[in-house]
Design a protein around this ligand. Structure first.
Ligand code: FES
Length: 433
């Protein structure tokens, strides 16, 4: 295979502690172990996937993460001789060039930064696959009867902060911890939030308390909420609930091993169900509001889709048929229980101006919301990392990612705001000590 090289921000600086006899060549796998399923290997401290783009074809080596949302490319598949990332369908050729981004539509060109990096050279010799990450003094790998394969390198990590389920900034926010209907006889429920167990109980005066004590406990929208410390966020407003014509139903809460940040990102992500060839996925500019943002999009057929987001994990999607006035709303609330556990609360609300919303229509809307959620819950554990990267240049954003960018920006602001509040509180405590 011809040597090739492209630059990528995802690879670590080169380290070559075990280059075979100082040649710059690393044995990474037996030839017979490399097929059309990507296999993660390491060479010189850098992580790659190796695979064949057709059965029996020469070996291709590519950097191991998709530059878009850092998905490990061991989850990728080979489609028509290209490597396809399973999240948004970006496709890469043997040189690492990104040749397809479905959300850009048929005429959109992938930006150069979407390319994967490749090692300087890949060779098969004596039944082994060898990689040379950088230019080497020898153009072929050495002859070796029983080389020891290079250890698999860890995937490169984001350079900037990552918001996971136990991030300290989440203490200063409102979180859903149970549906009101989950309160047990006597008015109490035990729940997990931010890696801690909380018992919520109703006092004789009807108000709710938490043990251990929280800054506030509230009951709104049919949900029990806890703010562990003074919140820097707002509770989401759902005006549909004030309309007596609205029918609503909560899906049974479900649990995901995916952190809340990537789950929120998937809810806002219009592109992860796009497939080529299809028109460009258009996403409106979000309007930033206190504690979040909203985005309104007029669609063909006199339809309007509105997304509302409130930090950290309150999301709403409203679809309006402007001809009939029918409105279908999905409210998604995420409870960051533990590092690897998020509880997902979903409410479906249906409003028809002529009062035709009935139990059958509601059941159909609930089934549709449950199917979309099940699809995300099946997909994300294979793809999402330990949280949401907050530094914009740690991922590669395209036009369809506007709401995901706004999500990251709002959460980064929350983290900065909470850090400032912590510093101010510490100063005040020192001054009064
Ligand atoms: S296409 Fe790979 S994460 Fe989006």
């Amino acid at each position: 295979m011809a040597p090739s090289r492209t630059e990528s921000p995802w690879t670590s600086p080169p380290r070559h502690p075990r280059a075979e006899a100082g040649t710059g060549w690393y044995p990474v796998a037996r030839s017979t172990d490399v097929g059309t399923t990507p296999r993660q290997v390491g060479a010189g401290g850098q992580a790659y996937v190796v695979l064949r783009l057709r059965p029996g074809a020469e070996v291709t080596a590519l950097s191991a993460r998709c530059p878009h949302r850092l998905v490990p490319l061991t989850a990728a598949t080979v489609v028509d001789g290209r490597v396809e990332c399973p999240y948004h369908g970006w496709q890469f050729n043997a040189e690492g060039r990104c040749v397809e981004i479905p959300s850009l539509g048929p005429v959109g060109a992938p930006p150069p930064r979407a390319d994967l990096s490749t090692p300087w050279a890949v060779e098969e010799r004596d039944g082994w696959v060898w990689l040379a990450p950088d230019p080497t003094p020898t153009s072929r790998p050495p002859r070796a009867t029983s080389p020891v394969p290079e250890p698999v390198s860890a995937l490169p990590q984001p350079a900037g902060p990552v918001l996971d389920n136990l991030h300290p900034a989440l203490d200063r926010a409102w979180h859903p911890v149970a549906l009101s209907g989950e309160l047990l006889a006597g008015g109490w429920v035990q729940t997990r939030l931010l890696g801690r167990t909380w018992t919520v109980h109703r006092r004789p005066d009807g108000a709710l308390d938490a043990d251990p004590p929280a800054w506030a406990v509230a009951e709104r929208l049919g949900v029990v909420w806890i703010a562990p410390a003074e919140p820097r966020t707002e509770l989401i407003d759902v005006p549909e609930l004030a309309d007596p014509r609205t029918l609503s139903a909560w899906l049974p809460p479900v649990r995901s091993v995916t952190p809340a940040g990537p789950l929120a990102d998937a809810f806002l992500d219009a592109a992860h169900r796009a497939t080529a060839p299809s028109p460009e996925v258009t996403v409106p500019e979000p309007a930033y509001e206190r504690g979040g943002f909203s985005a309104v999009q007029e669609q063909p057929g006199r339809r309007r889709v509105t997304h509302v987001y409130r930090a950290p994990f309150q999301l709403l999607r409203r679809e309006e048929d402007l001809r009939t006035g029918a409105v279908t709303t999905v409210l998604r609330l995420l409870q960051p229980e533990d590092a690897d556990s998020t509880r997902v609360h979903t409410c479906v609300l249906l409003s028809r101006p002529d009062g035709t919303a009935d139990a059958d229509a509601l059941a159909a809307a609930v089934a549709s919301a449950a199917a979309a959620l099940a699809e995300d819950l099946a997909l994300l554990p294979r793809l999402a990392g330990g949280g949401l990267p907050l530094l914009p240049r740690d991922e590669l954003h395209v036009r369809a990612d506007r709401l995901g960018v706004a999500l990251r920006r709002t959460l980064a602001d929350l983290v900065a705001d909470c850090a400032a509040a912590e510093r101010a509180a510490a100063l005040e405590e020192r001054a009064t000590a």
